[in-house]
Write a protein that binds this ligand. Sequence first.
Ligand code: PLP
Length: 360
Amino acid sequence: MKRIYNFSAGPSMLPLPVLEKAQRELVNYRDSGMSVMELSHRSALFTEIIQEAEQLLRELMGIPENYKVLFVQGGASQQFSAVPLNLFGTNGKADYVNTGSWSKKAIKEAEKYGDIRVIASSEDANFTYIPEVEGSMIDREADYVHITTNNTIEGTAFSRIPDTGNVPLVADMSSNILSEEIDVSQFGVIYAGAQKNIGPAGLTVVIVREDLIGIAQETCPVMLNYKTHSDKGSLYNTPPTYAIYMAKLVFEWLKELGGVKEMEKINREKAQMLYDYMEESELFSSPVKKDSRSLMNIPFVSASDDLNAAFVDEAKEAGLETLKGHRSVGGMRASIYNAMPIDGVLSLVAFMKKFESKHK
Ligand SMILES: *Cc1c(COP(=O)(O)O)cnc(C)c1O
């Protein structure tokens, strides 16, 4: 069977054992004579799947009792609207940190619903670093502070989560959820599209502190209101059932592997191999400031656009795919989420070395 190393930023690789288990269970799930795709979302078998998925996620992330886990649709992009619509109950204002393309989209959407202040930004240097965020910068009257913990396109990540005091911290964690240990109690809301570290596209996970549920504006659409999904255990309407099943298999795989702590160790090792090589390389370099580098998305450049293009083509022939950088940044980008095996990164570094010796 031919499997390549897929460095796509999302949808991205899934663990092979997960795909194989899904394959084994595809046409006849637990002797039901049906696929999970064909099960009613109110059936006993699916109820078990969604409850187990939630339980596993709670265990993996250490989610406290006073937080709800919601399985919704619409992607992280829909949360750009859902967050202000749910949280602008009190003062109608929020502070945002602008660290890249996704932050900018979140800001633009929130501006439709209230007063948005950008309290820190790295736009002045093409988003190649994470700006300092100090408690003193935060408006004590803001309904929330919003950050993007990992910037998928620019390859930066917060190495320290800012302390926002009593103002709830909201995080778009789409591209680094479950990749390293975090303290959920530092956040009011965490949201993530599934297609990077959780499972297939179509599912969005929202983790929300209970006191932030039920304060939405009157005009908040029912499908965007956290209360709707919280009251009904994510079964107000038909949830993305198969994506939830796949997420459950990914959570089981991660637990088996030793949980997020073990995953973080492996992720640090993988990223370090690439960054270390770039330090010594005379051809490849990272555009990102050292203290702001992501473990998940690693952009790099060579000496010219032509050489970058040649690299991407030749890498593909060698079974290393989707290494082209985002159109807004150029160069290359290796996305090495949880499911990317160490061997994939070893192969990439070996290929980079070979390419460098050929083009010196
Ligand atoms: C991928 C991504 C998004 C967009 O997610 P969708 O599910 O496609 O809406 C938003 N924010 C970040 C940080 C991402 O990586």
